[in-house]
Design a protein around this ligand. Structure first.
Ligand code: URA
Length: 242
């Protein structure tokens, strides 16, 4: 059975105003459903099937939505929090009507690729520890980073709680008093990148996730910006689990 909803509910979810503002818009004859002007804001509509046109703008309703965010530092990867700003707080209004949640976590001071979706199944697959979806990070590290450390990461290092990490690939981009590296992990323990560097006596000064599975952070997105995944990106994400 298809899901129907009141027209005013659909429009308010899309940010077209309060129920009474929407009632007025509808009364004014600015809303068409399947090409016909409607005057009853309580009309039951199927937003996935009906073509809803409001002041000439066609609503693009879809069940699942996939947003790539370049998470900035200073916001947390949660849906709500009493004290800190969350990634949902910084979403543009047009995405607020969807029940989005972040698929995975980045620390408050970590930047970079975060997927927000309402597709629980895909999020579950991406995050499942059994799937070992690789995640690639760029980091600025205090002190030199050597090939010996790359060897240790390949072997697995022991974290502060005694956990031995899975093999990870370390790429040294620039070695110096402050080194630049990329690290690919196949698991996701709490603060894992920072703790792996602590295990070899180094401190991470800046951390940014740049890739998750086949999904690469769009270099056009400034910190805090987001965009919907393209159809190809969604297909590729789903394909990697089939
Ligand atoms: N590893 C970390 O230490 N922090 C993150 O946010 C992600 C991976």
């Amino acid at each position: 059975m298809r899901e129907t909803q009141r027209l005013d509910r659909v429009l308010s979810n899309f940010g077209f105003g309060t129920r009474s503002e929407i009632r007025q818009l509808v009364k004014n004859g600015t809303v068409k459903v399947d090409g016909v002007v409607v005057k009853d804001s309580g009309l039951q509509v199927d937003p996935e099937r009906c073509v809803i046109d409001i002041e000439g703008e066609i609503l693009n309703y879809r069940e699942f939505i996939y947003i790539m965010m370049n998470k900035p530092a200073g916001v947390i990867s949660a849906t709500e929090d009493n004290k800190q700003k969350t990634v949902l707080d910084i979403l543009p209004d047009r995405f607020r009507c969807f029940d989005l949640f972040p698929a995975g976590r980045l620390d408050i001071d970590t930047e970079g690729l975060l997927l927000l979706t309402n597709d629980g199944k895909l999020a579950h697959e991406l995050l499942s520890p059994k799937k070992h979806v690789p995640k690639r990070y760029y980091a600025l590290v205090d002190g030199t980073v050597s090939e010996d450390m790359a060897e240790s990461f390949k072997e697995g290092v022991i974290l502060d709680d005694g956990f031995k990490t899975m093999p990870a690939e370390l790429f040294i981009l620039k070695e110096g008093q402050r080194s630049e590296i990329e690290l690919v992990l196949h698991e996701g323990k709490f603060h894992q990148v920072k703790r792996m560097f602590e295990a070899v006596g180094r401190k991470v000064l800046f951390l940014k996730r740049i890739r998750m599975g086949g999904l690469e952070l769009d270099p056009e997105l400034a910190a805090g910006e987001c965009r919907e995944l393209t159809a190809d990106e969604v297909r590729m994400l789903k394909f990697q689990f089939t």
